[in-house]
Design a protein around this ligand. Structure first.
Ligand SMILES: Nc1ncnc2c1ncn2[C@@H]1O[C@H](COP(=O)(O)OP(=O)(O)O)[C@@H](O)[C@H]1O
Ligand SMILES: [Mg+2]
Length: 445
């Protein structure tokens, strides 16, 4: 896999130890496609060199005297946003690494890396960076897709994208996982994307991402009245793609604590524990993708109420369409605006099932169709490597990337509307009563 002539990967090394700098340089000199454009002994010096040489990749030591690698990463990415930072750390600096990822680092290597590790990581990070740049660039002028909230994000809370299907097995988890990663790749490391599993009893986001995590959403419950960013940070699990994941409890019985507990803080979303967690997630992240269970309960309603967009997943068969239509009816009664619902048909196969036009006739326009691809979907789930990370060129991955673009354009649309009207982007702005009681009342009206 050689780069075309002229496009060598420009690498900048930042490490306070001269020997490490030399070793890295030597290792990289064996690869004709990589060019070391500079080496710096400190964060500030590295930032200067980065401005000068515009490297594709920065190899950054995490632990340096003076400005440490995390701060240097933050500053560097502000100055040279096209750079991709790969952290270098010694074993046992996992907490540091978590912070480095939050600061925008793309990947990390444990010192001393082998030549193969080093080269493979640089290539992978370079390729992802290139794809992201290519994805955002051509879309912006044509379809007015801007990255939501860019520039004034600090003033605004994050957007919740609820991924829901009234039927189990429709592909919600698959879509939520891949959508979150695709969005992170699109918006870049300057913005934070989270994935949250609200399948409290049998959540499988962790398995799909092959995350061996000990902490989950249930660990927030005992501290629900004084939640803060640090606490949230300690229960989130970072994924190699750059997203942070708030996992479901490891055992079904732990779900109960979350269902029963309330928070004394009554903001939008009521006083449920989940409401409080969602509010905090919105403070800490720019985009939060929520994988939901196929059941409308208090948990689901809390998520819907907070959502900027509901991705409604439907399989192309009659029972699924019937249930999705019922859901649209519920949504209408709860005054969720239809333009905030994105209908996604998953598992489309020309040879069988119902045609997409027929689904549109029965429901609302289809935002994106995702092809049936059992081989890829099952292999991805079994290996714990999401589709778009395994093979982003397959049609199934491409359709998820289209969904990510669609979501981005919807969010910026909503944001523009919000600027005009000065309103919050949630689907429902007033909550009359809580949860299921509200649902019942909606149907009695
Ligand atoms: N487009 C698709 N083509 C083929 N199989 C799919 C597709 N999307 C999802 N699947 C498979 O369907 C099963 C259920 O998917 P999952 O995402 O767990 O659904 P849900 O979360 O809605 O229950 C999984 O085995 C998944 O790999
Ligand atoms: Mg699921």
């Amino acid at each position: 896999m050689r780069q075309p002539v002229g496009e060598r990967i420009r690498v900048l090394i930042i490490d306070d130890v001269a020997e490490t700098r030399e070793n890295l340089r030597k290792l990289l000199s064996f690869d004709a496609d990589i060019k070391v454009v500079g080496a710096a002994a400190s964060g500030p010096e590295g930032i200067e060199l980065a401005k000068q040489f515009q490297p594709h990749i920065v190899l950054m030591d995490i632990n340096m005297p003076g400005m440490d690698g995390i701060t240097a990463t933050e500053v560097l990415l502000r100055e040279v946003p096209t750079a991709q930072v790969v952290m270098l750390s010694v074993q046992g600096e996992t907490d540091y690494l978590r912070r480095a990822m939050l600061a925008g680092a793309r990947d990390y290597l444990t010192k001393p890396p082998s030549g193969d590790e080093l080269m493979n990581t640089i290539r992978r990070v370079y390729e992802t960076g290139k794809t992201r740049a290519a994805m955002i660039a051509p879309v912006q002028p044509a379809a007015h897709v801007t990255v939501p909230g860019e520039g004034r994000r600090a003033l605004r809370e994050g957007d919740i994208i609820a991924v829901f299907s009234p039927k189990g097995g429709a592909g919600c988890t698959t879509i939520a996982v891949n959508l979150a990663i695709a969005l992170q790749q699109m918006v870049g490391s300057g913005q934070k994307v989270a994935l949250m599993d609200t399948n409290l009893q049998f959540g499988d986001v962790g398995v799909m991402l092959n995350l061996q995590a000990s902490r989950s959403i249930a660990d927030l419950v005992p501290q629900i009245d004084d939640l803060d960013g640090d606490m949230l940070g300690s229960v989130l699990t970072p994924h190699g793609s750059g997203i942070k994941v708030l996992l479901a409890p490891p055992h079904p019985e732990a779900a109960e604590s979350l269902l029963l507990s309330t928070s004394s803080d009554e903001g939008g979303g009521g006083n449920s524990a989940l409401g409080a967690i969602l509010r905090l997630m919105r403070e800490e992240f720019n985009i939060i993708v929520v994988d939901m269970w196929s059941w409308i309960d208090d948990i689901a309603l809390t998520v819907f109420d907070a959502a900027a967009l509901i991705v409604l997943v439907v399989a192309p068969n009659i029972p699924a369409i019937k249930s999705a239509r019922l859901f649209l009816e519920v949504a209408e009664r709860l005054h969720y605006p239809m333009e905030r619902i994105a209908l996604v048909v998953n598992g489309v196969d020309r040879r069988l099932g119902i045609r997409v036009e027929q689904i549109e006739q029965a429901m609302i326009p289809v935002a994106v169709q995702i092809p049936l691809d059992e081989r890829s979907a099952v292999a991805a789930a079994n290996r714990g490597v999401p589709l778009i990370m395994r093979d982003r060129n397959r049609p199934i991955s491409q359709s998820i990337l289209r969904l990510a673009k669609y979501v981005c354009s919807k969010l910026s649309e909503a944001e523009e509307g919000e600027e005009e009207q000065g309103e919050a982007p949630a689907v429902v702005r007033e909550t009359g009563g809580t949860g299921l009681l509200r649902l019942r009342q909606a149907f009695e009206r």
